[in-house]
Design a binder for this molecule. Structure first.
Ligand code: NAP
Length: 493
């Protein structure tokens, strides 16, 4: 990989600098970019939270939290990184600590300032208000927020209005870490950097698309948040609809951020609404019961939650349609859930069967081609093809795949984490891989009627056994169209 040029020095304040997101994702990503030379020694990373632990203790904590992913980092390089790390005790909900933060930032007024709001969404408003009150919202300032951006359209609009009251859209970066994954960017390269696929990328040649985001884990310590969200809000509204946009969008006329985001927005607006009685027909929601995972026996959702009952869905399957000229009639099946048999995120594009088979029954069945774009684990792209079974005798057909596992293709090269890419894009001021306000709201506008139909439905989510692929109704959702969910091990060698 060519070395990354060092970016101009910047200041990054992480509100919530002692939290889980900062420890697991942001600080390790910044360390990696520092080691790669992209973040220079003049930049500053300032943790900010209410805890009065002080800069030295904070550096110690940072060292501990980055030690796992970066255990092969030489001690002197880690020490150099820690020199750019600082800490200020700040309460975003009061005036405590703000004067101190302002003094440090104002010592370097001419550089890009990034405020990463790694705090609960209820604190976005007071944080933005104080950034404005203390004059920290100048033209070089940028704000970064994570999901959840609202829990429905009305609250998302409110959150966006809160941000917009202080920062312009160009200064606002809404992170969806799925978009920082190599494979998502590769989807763009694959579609628009090759002459092969684009002529086939339409309803005449593609039979259907499947997007699966499966988790093997259950609540994993996120019970409080998850029970108020559920799979539709947690996964579909953001990550999965964003993936769908990259599959379905028209070729943008340039890679300019707003040109790409305009095309994604059109896809979101073209999604056929699912509302009223259609919700039962085109969506399935489920909740896991106790079962068996690879780690052994696991409890059901309500047991894990410690509650008598809950109507929160831990699984959702949807038959979506993009109602436009290119995609009319092509189903986009979305499926996500917890406690499924394996952790896998992938997009499967299934092409139409060949129009006429030359081969007799003895040759075996002809399986339609599939393009499989895998986001995790083992990022890569595979193309399922039919070939002749090697050897003498009659012509028998066999399924095989053209396989490009990124780990193998680029052996020896580090696969950067999505946050590394996205954080550096914020520093550069490139919002292409971030969600624009109208995209977030268009996604909620599609999700809201599903949520309200579920809320009025007297039936609870359908149970499924932990360690299975969800309720049987999710299988029926696809099978009643004469199709099946893609199964990696069975479908391709
Ligand atoms: P967390 O572990 O609970 O950390 C919260 C952080 O906010 C702590 O550093 C806390 O420190 C700080 N904080 C709380 N109240 C504050 C206040 N009034 N002023 C200043 N700092 C305050 O939360 P998290 O998991 O890191 O999540 C942070 C945000 O990212 C949330 O919005 C979450 O939904 C989102 N998110 C997280 C993840 C993830 O992987 N963790 C993934 C996606 C989205 P003090 O208590 O010392 O102030």
């Amino acid at each position: 990989m060519p070395p990354s040029p060092t970016l101009p020095d910047f200041d990054l304040v992480i509100f919530g600098g002692t939290g889980d997101l900062a420890k697991r994702k942001l600080l390790p990503a910044l360390l990696q970019r520092f080691l790669a030379g992209q973040v220079g020694p003049g930049s500053r990373v300032i943790g900010a939270a209410r805890d009065t632990l002080g800069a030295a203790n904070y550096r110690q904590k940072v060292a501990e939290s980055v030690a796992g992913p970066a255990s092969d980092v030489p001690g002197d390089r880690l020490a150099e990184f820690l020199e750019i790390v600082d800490y200020v005790a700040v309460d975003v909900a009061s005036d405590s600590g703000w004067a101190d933060l302002k003094a440090r930032l104002d010592a370097r007024p001419d550089r890009v300032r990034i405020f990463y709001l790694a705090i609960g969404p209820g604190l976005f408003a007071p944080a933005c208000e104080r950034l404005h009150q203390y004059g920290l919202d100048g033209p070089l300032s940028r704000v970064v927020v994570e999901k959840p951006i609202g829990h429905d359209l009305a609250s998302a609009r409110q959150t966006n209005a809160t941000l917009a009251a202080v920062f312009s859209e160009a200064q606002t970066f809404r992170i969806d870490h799925y978009l920082g994954k190599e494979t998502v960017q590769n989807l763009i390269a694959l579609r628009f950097g090759n002459a092969l696929f684009e002529p086939l990328w339409n309803a005449a040649r593609i039979d259907h698309v499947q997007i699966t985001v499966a988790e093997e884990l259950g609540l994993a310590g996120r019970a409080g948040y998850y029970d108020t969200a559920g799979a539709l809000r947690d996964m579909v509204q953001n990550h999965m609809l964003q993936l769908l946009c990259f599959v379905a969008m028209e070729p943008p006329y340039s890679m300019d951020a707003d040109v790409v985001r305009d095309e994604k927005l059109k896809v979101l607006r073209a999604l056929r609404p699912i509302r009223g009685d259609d919700v039962r027909h085109y969506t399935v929601r489920g909740q896991y019961r106790r079962g068996v995972a690879s780690s052994g026996a696991v409890p059901g959702y309500t047991d894990e939650l410690g509650a008598e009952q809950s109507r929160t869905e831990t699984f959702v399957a949807i038959r979506a349609e993009v109602a436009n000229w290119r995609w009319a009639g092509v189903p986009f099946y979305l499926r996500t859930g917890k406690r499924l048999p394996q952790r896998v995120s992938e997009i499967v594009v299934s092409f139409q069967p060949v129009r006429h088979s030359l081969f007799g029954a003895a040759a075996g069945p002809l399986t339609p081609n599939k393009l499989i774009i895998r986001l995790q684990p083992d990022e890569g792209v595979r193309l399922g093809l039919m070939i002749k079974e090697p050897g003498p005798g009659g012509l028998r057909l066999r399924r095989t795949s053209l396989d490009m596992s990124f780990a193998n293709a680029f052996a020896g090269q580090r696969q950067p984490d999505a946050y590394e890419r996205l954080l550096m894009d914020v520093v550069r001021g490139n919002p292409t891989l971030f969600m624009r306000r109208d995209e977030v709201e268009a996604a909620w506008a599609w999700i809201d009627p599903i949520l309200s139909a579920w809320a009025q439905d007297s039936e609870p989510p359908r149970p499924y056994t932990a360690g299975t692929w969800g309720p049987s109704a999710a299988i029926a959702l696809v099978e009643r169209d004469g199709r099946t969910w893609h199964e990696e091990l069975e479908d391709l060698p």
